[in-house]
Design a protein around this ligand. Structure first.
Ligand code: FES
Length: 58
């Protein structure tokens, strides 16, 4: 995984930032969204963020 890859272009949220949020205890898309802001604008990244959270938890 490339941690610098941007998952949410609206807020320039990277995979690494999502991983940090999950490390900090966020386990759902909603929690990750609240921590990182990913998905708070257009919402187009929602699917990608959800998929990544699943992957990080497996
Ligand atoms: S791409 Fe994430 S809110 Fe727009």
């Amino acid at each position: 995984m490339n941690p610098d890859k941007i998952i949410c272009p609206c807020y320039k949220i990277t995979k690494g930032m999502i991983a940090d949020a999950v490390d900090q205890g966020a386990s759902t898309y909603k929690e990750v969204k609240n921590l990182t802001k990913a998905g708070k604008a257009c919402g187009h990244c929602k699917k990608k963020v959800k998929k990544l959270i699943k992957k990080l938890q497996s």
